[in-house]
Design a protein around this ligand. Structure first.
Ligand SMILES: [Zn+2]
Length: 278
């Protein structure tokens, strides 16, 4: 039987992701709430952090969708709202007015790299103040982008260092372990007590050449980030579903050469604390 209390710290489910058939890990994927819950059940995953995407036509519609998924899943899908500061300062303030009325949110997400801004962009100040006030972690897209249109310079872990120092009371999550800048991410986690990292999206499609070797390398790199930073209490297992199967994402961490109690933290313990699931 699967061990209890596994939490996926990074999934996406949205009607506005038209490319999912091409980018998902299997073409016949059941990309619905029921499909995701069934896959979670098969792998003993109790909750998943469901991150809204910046491609939604409006924040209002993205929040409505998140609320629907949360209700339909009876609270197992935990909504995270996405804010884009390139919509102007009014964009952030207007977003915050909406977010004030969303008690179910467990976090906020920004997508530097996909969108042209740094995490230390002054326009994000009010968002970080809001995150502090509400006690919400801020998830930051890091590293490689899916569509080739993004600019990687905005998505390096080093760019989070400054903002993590400036907002010590806000907890930040470096998504995708900063891939390919995993050493850099481990250093930013080590240096800043308020920075976490998730293991999502490191694997890509199982149909890609060298998948088995890529899997082993990704596992070694996760182990090395935990060992180098010495902070097993600040890493989170995530998949980036539907881009990666829950099975591969969790097998990667379950097989990691770490102390059993540290593996348990990665598989769910840390997410439970960070997203306040008690
Ligand atoms: Zn993602």
């Amino acid at each position: 039987m699967a061990p209890a209390g596994k939490i996926d710290a990074h999934v996406h489910l949205s009607a506005w992701w038209p490319e999912v058939r091409r980018t998902g890990y299997r073409p016949d994927l059941d990309y619905t709430v029921d499909g995701l819950l069934a896959e979670m059940d098969r792998h003993g995953i109790t909750h998943a952090v469901a991150i809204q995407i910046f491609q939604a036509p409006s924040l209002r519609e993205a929040l409505d969708e998140g609320r629907r998924w949360s209700e339909k899943s009876k609270g197992r899908l935990l909504p995270v709202a996405t804010v884009d500061p390139t919509q102007g300062e009014d964009g952030v303030s207007a977003a915050l007015e909406r977010l004030e009325k969303e008690p179910r949110l467990v976090g906020l997400k920004i997508f530097p790299g996909y969108r042209p801004f740094y995490p230390h962009d002054a326009r994000l100040g009010p968002l970080y103040e809001f995150a502090h006030r509400r006690g919400l972690p801020v998830l930051i897209h890091q590293g490689d982008t899916l569509d080739g249109l993004g600019l990687l310079k905005f998505a390096r872990p080093l760019e989070v260092d400054e903002v993590a120092g400036r907002y010590r009371d806000v907890r930040f999550v470096l998504c995708h372990l900063g891939n390919p800048w995993i050493d850099e991410a481990a250093e930013v986690v080590y240096k800043n007590p308020n920075v976490f990292a998730d293991t999502s999206g490191l694997l890509g499609s199982p149909r890609a050449p060298y998948f088995d070797r890529a899997f082993e390398q990704a596992r070694e790199r996760v182990e090395s980030a935990v060992v180098a930073s010495g902070r097993p209490d600040r890493f989170l297992c995530g998949s980036d579903w539907p881009l990666e199967s829950l099975e591969s994402a969790f097998t990667l961490v379950e097989g990691a050469d770490l102390e059993p109690e540290h593996r348990a933290l990665l598989l769910g313990g840390n997410a439970k604390t960070l997203f306040k699931l008690d």
